[in-house]
Write a protein that binds this ligand. Structure first.
Ligand SMILES: Nc1ncnc2c1ncn2[C@@H]1O[C@H](COP(=O)(O)OP(=O)(O)OP(=O)(O)O)[C@@H](O)[C@H]1O
Ligand SMILES: [Mg+2]
Length: 325
């Protein structure tokens, strides 16, 4: 699914009238600490959705509430159109989840662990064990004890454990945790291929770059509150533009821009400037930057506009939240 498809889907629920995940006003408190604070989520089906926030933002708690592992203090929610907790069993029959990190019996083999899990599910789950192990690329290690598995292999076994239920929805808490760059790439590819099969993958992460690379849509959460959500392309459209300039006399160039009519924030960089322009900046504004500099007899060696990454945007948003109003 492309970002545009997500945008289209995000405008309304799926064909049968339901979202993969929908929450309204969800609240979970630990004493005076509000870990989930009025969360309204609408996650379209058939996409990879990132629940993105810093440590302690309430990501794991939200997932635990969604899965009914802990009760909500207020609000309503549904998974795959089934209200939870009223029809929790019905909902969870088509949901696979890894919370915190996958836990297995270390003294049993990968296959034996899946057999234990399959025994608690429908009979067809047992028949899916081989295909699931193959799917995540650890069939050749299926007869090894899990105690001998690397972190990456345990994560894969965790996904295999989800797949034996043939889930429509996978909920993965920090699936990139503990993985090296190659492992992350493999996990990302695996998530994308699950989405290509029409499944919905919801993952939590504090790795902004990973979410940007893996997901179609995102909710950004800070201190229990969702502060923005939507297709990544749409969120990026609201970000500032940074123009990197290599030029002569960077100090004087900065002074020229600061007294100009441009609403730019100008930083000095080695050999030039980084000019931050507000969201919605057009090409004409970038041309005006060049005019101001050339008009002041500054030699421009290179001028490169870059859209701020979601990470930059995220940092802007969270730091703004910390400011007194
Ligand atoms: N069982 C619990 N009892 C009391 N407080 C809790 C409990 N679980 C979580 N919290 C608190 O709720 C808040 C959210 O925690 P949570 O684990 O959901 O964050 P997170 O976003 O998953 O963080 P991380 O990125 O570190 O995994 C934190 O302030 C945490 O201390
Ligand atoms: Mg967590």
């Amino acid at each position: 699914m492309t970002a545009t498809d997500v945008a289209a889907t995000a405008a309304g629920p799926a064909g049968d009238g339901s979202w993969a995940v929908e929450t309204r006003g969800l609240v979970k408190r630990f004493g005076s600490n509000i870990a989930v604070n009025g969360v309204d989520l609408r996650i379209p089906r058939g996409c990879a959705f990132g629940y993105l926030g810093p440590n302690g933002a309430g990501k794991t708690t939200l997932i635990r509430v969604l899965l009914g592992l802990t009760g909500a203090d207020a609000g309503t929610m549904s998974l795959l159109g089934h209200p939870v907790p009223a029809r929790r069993d019905r909902a969870l029959a088509r949901v696979g989840a890894i919370v915190d990190e996958p836990r297995f019996h270390a003294h049993l083999t990968g296959r034996q662990n899946l057999q234990v899990l399959a025994a608690a599910r429908e009979p067809a789950a047992r028949d899916r064990i081989d295909a699931s192990l193959k799917r995540v690329g650890i069939l050749h290690r299926a007869e090894d004890r899990v105690s001998k598995y690397s972190m990456g292999m345990r994560q894969r076994l965790g996904v295999a454990a989800c797949l034996i239920g043939d889930p429509e929805l996978l909920i993965l808490d920090e699936p990139m945790n503990g993985l090296d760059p190659a492992g992350m790439q493999e996990m990302r590819d695996m998530i994308r291929s699950l989405v290509d099969e029409g499944r919905t993958v919801v993952l939590s992460s504090h790795l902004l770059d990973e979410v940007q690379r893996t997901c179609d849509a995102v909710a950004i959460v800070d201190r229990g509150k969702v502060i923005r959500q939507g297709p990544i392309a749409e969120l990026l459209a609201g970000t500032s533009v940074v123009v990197q300039v290599e030029c002569s006399e960077p100090d004087r160039a900065r002074a020229l821009l600061e007294v100009s009519s441009l609403s730019a924030s100008v930083g000095l960089e080695p050999g030039g400037l980084a000019i931050t322009l507000p969201a919605g900046t057009t090409r004409d504004v970038i041309a005006e930057v060049a005019r101001v500099l050339v008009g002041g007899s500054i030699a421009i060696y290179r001028l490169h506009p870059v859209q701020a990454s979601l990470e930059t945007w995220f940092l802007q948003v969270t730091s703004r939240l910390g400011d007194p109003e």
